[in-house]
Each structure stands twice: as C-alpha cells, then as structure tokens.
Design a protein around this ligand. Structure first.
Ligand SMILES: [Zn+2]
Length: 218
C-alpha cells in the first residue's frame, strides 16, 4: 500500500511516520530529505537545486516530480511508499496520481493528523526544560514533579514568546495551504482524519487499525 500523511508542524507526524515504517515495512519518502540528499551528494541536480534554494526560490514541481518518480519506478519501493511533504498543492496531488498510475500503483490511504491551534499553543508555551538535567516537561501535559530537587521550578527554563508566535504562524500557514489538497483526497474517499490530541500509543493504534482495514481490501 502507498499512503500520504499530513499534519501541521508540532502534530507528531514524524513519530507516527516512524511507527508506520517500522510496523508495516513501508518506506518514508520525505521530499525535504530528497532535496537535501541531492545537495549533499553533489549530484548534477543537487547543484541546480542548491542554486535555486540559495537564491530564495522554490524548487519547481517538475524537479520534485522527477525525484519522486525515481522511487515510484523502483521495484524495491513498489506499493510501500509513505509520502511526507508531498503533495503540497492540488496539481501535485494530480501529478502523484498520474505517476503512480504509470507504474500500476495508487494511493490507498491518506492520513491527516488533526490537532487544534489551542493544543499547538499549549504544546509550545507549556514546554520547559530543566536546566540541570535537560528533562523536558510541559505544564499542561507532563508537569514537573512537585517537591523535586533537580527539576524544581527555579531550574525550569521556558522558550521565548517569539517561539510561540512562529509556531502559531507555521500552523496557520500549513493548514491554509494544505486545505485544497485535503479536499482533493476527501473527494476520492481516501482521507482519514486521525485525532492527534490523544496519547502517542492511542494514535498508533488508530492508525494501525486504519491500515489494517485498507490492507484487507487490497
Ligand atoms: Zn532536572
């Protein structure tokens, strides 16, 4: 099966992708990583990508599509791809369908991790780090123990307010940009919205159950 995963920054998309990769022997295709690898390996395309990004421009849909096609056309990855960071718009979504069809594949499931802006705010603003031992706490979800010697409140450090502002902006931009793509998959009945506000293991189970259902259909 091939699947696409969506989730705003801070929703735990990375954690959930790792879970799927491990348990279902899939391969995570992150477009950001693909681009960085080309640059790192100094391929001909990598040099081109570097100069595009370096001048502050976006890498064209065509370049990204070529990179993705390398994986879709490779039998090693046949029917076992998780698309992460792609598609980002409706035309990319249509292109992805086209590419998959070319190699007798399709998208079987689209997951959207749903987290409210309020939760994202709490995840960012509630976060603090013990300056002694480095443990991370969250005053809303995982408060430091009362009467603790090491992780006492005087040792806990919060991140600055602009971190919250940036986080909120990123969330809003992501949700706004991704809405047409989400609609696209909703119309093809592939979309499953997963509550990203429960515990990591609950989210794992929910995603696992969805995958099992789809596997049963294949
Ligand atoms: Zn501590």
């Amino acid at each position: 099966m091939n699947l696409v995963i969506f989730g705003p920054p801070g929703a735990g998309k990375g954690t959930q992708s790792n879970f799927i990769v491990k348990n279902y022997n899939l391969y995570q295709l992150s477009t950001g990583e693909l681009l960085r690898n080309e640059i790192k390996n100094k391929t001909k395309l990598g040099i081109e990508i570097f100069s595009i990004m370096n001048s502050g421009n976006l890498v064209s849909d065509e370049i990204v599509s070529d990179l993705i096609e390398k994986f879709i056309s490779n039998d090693t990855y046949k029917d076992r791809l998780i698309f992460d960071g792609y598609p980002r718009n409706k035309s990319q979504a249509e292109n992805l369908n086209y590419l998959l069809k070319k190699y007798n594949q399709k998208i079987d499931l689209v997951l959207k991790l749903s987290v409210s802006l309020d939760s994202i705010k709490k995840r960012i603003s509630g976060r603090s780090v013990c300056s002694i031992c480095g443990k991370i706490y969250n005053e809303y979800f995982n408060p430091a123990p009362i009467n603790a010697e090491c992780c006492a409140s005087k040792f806990l450090q919060k991140r600055s307010d602009d971190t919250l502002e940036i986080g909120v902006k990123r969330y809003q931009t992501y949700e706004k940009n991704i809405a047409p793509v989400i609609d696209f998959y909703k119309q093809s009945n592939l979309l499953k919205v997963v509550n990203g506000e429960t515990s990591i293991s609950d989210i794992n189970s929910e995603i696992g159950a969805l995958i099992e259902v789809v596997k049963g259909w294949l």
